[in-house]
Design a protein around this ligand. Structure first.
Ligand code: FES
Length: 141
């Protein structure tokens, strides 16, 4: 009863059906307003829906780096960064490949923790820096 009374006073007198529609729209709107991560780190795990996977990144144990990335982010207090494993990014010869959005930073041969450290250090800067080292092979802007 309380939500109906609240809606009636906010929107004037409305029918129960209209009240339900308003509640549905408010709930939908709130679910669309969820927090987005500030950065999204994608690490290739070589998945392919079709075709023969080359599995370069997977064979180089890219997935084993995800727990390290997550623990480093937690240690740095970077709670607004999400890490995901992805399908093949079609740059297998540069694998393991790591991408950071929304900056669109692409890094290759990410196979050691010290390389991850270097990338995360640069990501802490505001605005984040694109590393200009042998690790970065693409930066589309
Ligand atoms: S397997 Fe990683 S880019 Fe293709």
């Amino acid at each position: 009863m309380l939500p109906l009374r609240g809606l009636n006073s906010r929107y004037g007198t409305v029918s129960p059906a209209t009240t339900l529609r308003i509640l549905f729209l408010q709930t939908s709107r709130n679910s669309l307003l969820m927090d987005k991560p500030k950065h999204h780190i994608l690490l290739c795990a070589s998945f392919r829906a079709q075709g023969t996977p080359q599995e370069i990144c997977h064979k180089k144990e890219s997935l084993s780096l995800i727990p390290y990335i997550e623990s480093e982010l937690a240690d740095c207090g970077m709670t607004d960064v999400t890490v995901s494993a992805t399908g093949c990014l079609n740059l297998c010869e540069k694998g393991p490949v790591l991408v950071i959005y929304p900056e669109n930073f692409w890094y290759g041969e990410i196979d050691r923790e010290d390389k991850i450290d270097e990338i995360l250090d640069a990501l802490e800067d505001d605005p984040p820096l694109a590393l200009k080292t042998e690790l970065s092979f693409h930066q589309y802007s």
